[in-house]
Design a protein. Structure first.
Length: 302
């Protein structure tokens, strides 16, 4: 069983703003709640409607981690994880793929070894979950020594760094200047993916009050298109869930310059443009690039 206290960021600083701290803590508690609920009901659908809607995605992410751990430790080949995609969980498919990545990282296994779940580009999101897990629990290695695990090198590295950027949002207490300082210490080639993860976390959590969002866009100068791409991913996940929380609406508007449904539409249009193929890593990167292009086409930072 997971205790929310064990999931608090290691080596980070809690947000000074009580509102920010409460939203980040609520996300962590929801993750732990979903993880434990999936252990208690290890097969089939899982109803997490008791979790407030704006944090329910985190609960399904946690549930996906524990179900995937069970799948990896038994010869079920992903049936437990697949059960989450039935019923209410189908609205959180992005979070299920990400949560599975936590489990692979915990067991030091590359996704999707022995687990059959999902299809298409969303399977790449397991590397995002991998990166979040490593940065969240080993911030000294990831943010201090800037290590990339051998398993996650190569084509997986950009997605893994996007996940690390999401974890940085929690590690730095959603403070734009602290985040910018950490990312600036990384080699140039890795900064854009980290900022994409920050944009995703900022838009999905809605933790930063609206008056402070310009601080984030200012801190990401030079990487605004990647910040917007991450926020568009968050918009799609929220729209698919059936409701976009008010705080996330404000963040998506600030980071993308459009409403959540429009930003979510960018991801759908980009996916159609990329089409099918036998190179999921390359298609995933083209998908992200098309989303950034959509942001620039609607005016970008202007």
């Amino acid at each position: 069983m997971l205790n929310a206290k064990t999931l608090r960021p290691r080596g980070g600083e809690f947000a000074a703003d009580p509102e920010v701290r409460d939203r980040l803590d609520s996300a962590v508690r929801a993750f732990a709640s979903g993880y434990n609920a999936a252990l208690a009901v290890p097969r089939g659908q899982l109803d997490l409607s008791y979790v407030p809607h704006e944090f329910r995605g985190f609960a399904y992410e946690g549930a996906a981690m524990s179900r995937t751990l069970l799948d990896l430790l038994t010869p079920s080949r992903g049936r437990r994880l697949a059960g989450l995609a039935d019923g209410p969980g189908r609205r959180y498919t992005h979070l299920l793929h990400v949560g599975a990545g936590w489990a692979f990282a915990r067991l030091h296994l590359p996704p999707w070894r022995t687990v059959r779940f999902g299809d298409g580009l969303l399977r790449r999101l397991a590397w995002d979950g991998w990166g979040f897990h490593q940065a969240y629990f080993r911030p000294g290695d990831v943010f201090g020594r800037q290590r990339v695990e051998r398993t996650a090198r190569g084509p997986a590295a950009p997605v893994r760094d996007q996940g690390a950027g999401r974890a940085l949002w929690f590690h730095a207490g959603a403070d734009p200047q602290r985040i910018a300082g950490v990312i600036a210490a990384f080699p140039e080639r890795r900064r854009a993916d980290l900022w994409a993860g920050v944009g995703l976390a900022a838009a999905y959590t809605g933790a930063l009050p609206a008056p402070r969002l310009p601080q984030l866009t200012g801190a990401a100068a030079g990487y605004r298109d990647h910040l917007a791409q991450g926020a568009a991913f968050a918009a799609k996940a929220h729209v698919l869930s059936g409701e976009v929380p008010k705080a996330s609406q404000a963040a998506i508007q600030a980071l993308c310059g459009v409403t959540a449904p429009v930003a979510a539409g960018w991801t759908d249009d980009a996916l159609r443009t990329v089409g099918d193929g036998d190179d999921p890593a390359g298609r995933y990167e083209r998908w992200r690039a098309e989303i950034r292009g959509a942001w620039r086409a609607q005016g970008g930072a202007a």
